[in-house]
Design a protein around this ligand. Structure first.
Ligand code: ATR
Length: 270
């Protein structure tokens, strides 16, 4: 029987994951089925069980189910435990469910692909929600000189910085507490969705700085437009999406797809 995989979300119709995973499978000549499933908002666990009962082997999990998936997993990877969220479920041989998160490694791989300053760099992360929590561990593993988290609600940034202080030099605060220039600025707020821009100082970027938005779209986000006007090199989150998918594919099928051709394919289709 064809191995079945899926992405759970709500809404999920816009998801690029089926496209990406089919492209990965083609690289290996593998026959897989990958579908988008809109689980009921209060029925994620039931949707997963139903999927498994019909031959499902693994699932991606997107908004708003990443915490539900975290609670559902029988076994969690250390990085998922730290992130407090799961974006990849794997059905074990004994029928148990393994939960992992590949978002953070997806971000760091994409940053590396764009030669982003990481080791020894001054990194600023905007936002302190679930998306940011999910990427802090691998960002800190890249050994920046300092990682500052700035958020509209300053206390959430301070708390997050405290939670990760054992992994490296972290500070947290409001946008008005941003001091100095940064080599890498990652926008992990959802402000871009509403076309809004966090209030940022004009002299934010160091020489050769990179501005990264975890969101992507046909047009650059407001943050990336602002960053380009202020002298930074800009990259959107499409590559992160593809890299996190590649890591999920590896967890499911123990094969590592090439991401370069899939980047080009997706970019041409946005
Ligand atoms: P996600 O899972 O995408 O991280 P979230 O947990 O709701 O979603 O977090 C959204 C993040 O975007 C938060 O950091 C939020 O700031 P607050 O903690 O102050 O709410 C941030 N955010 C959303 N809209 C914003 C805006 N218009 N300006 C600045 N920050 C915004």
């Amino acid at each position: 029987m064809t191995d079945r995989y899926c992405v759970f979300g709500h809404p999920v119709g816009h998801s690029r994951s089926p496209r990406i995973h089919k492209a990965f499978a083609e690289q290996f000549g593998a026959e897989i089925a990958y579908e988008a499933i809109e689980a009921p908002l209060d029925g994620f666990a039931g949707a997963w069980r139903d999927f498994v009962n019909h031959g499902g082997k693994g699932g991606n999990v997107t908004v708003p189910f990443k915490e539900d998936a975290y609670r559902l997993a029988d076994v969690l990877s250390p990085r998922a435990r730290r992130a407090g969220a799961v974006n990849t479920l794997v059905l074990g041989k004994q029928g148990d469910t393994y939960g992992d998160t590949t978002d953070g490694i997806g971000l760091v791989r994409d940053l590396q692909a764009h030669a982003a300053p990481l080791e020894g760099a001054r990194i600023l992360v905007l936002g302190a929600g679930g998306a940011v929590r999910g990427v802090l561990e691998p960002l800190l593993a890249a050994r920046p000189a300092v990682l500052m988290i700035a958020n509209r609600t300053a206390d959430k940034a301070r708390q997050l910085a405290d939670d990760f202080a054992d992994l490296g030099e972290t500070t947290g605060g409001g946008f008005d507490e941003i001091v100095g220039t940064f080599d890498l600025v990652v926008n992990g707020t959802s402000a871009s969705l509403g076309g809004e821009l966090p209030p940022l100082p004009d002299d934010l970027f160091a020489d050769a700085a990179l501005a990264y938005d975890m969101m992507y779209g046909a047009e650059p986000t407001v943050f990336l437009r602002w960053a380009a006007e202020h002298g930074a090199r800009t990259v959107d989150g499409l590559g992160m999406l593809i890299e996190q998918a590649a890591e999920s594919y590896f967890l499911w099928r123990n094969r590592r797809p090439e991401t370069g051709p899939v980047r080009e394919l997706l970019r041409s289709e946005i």
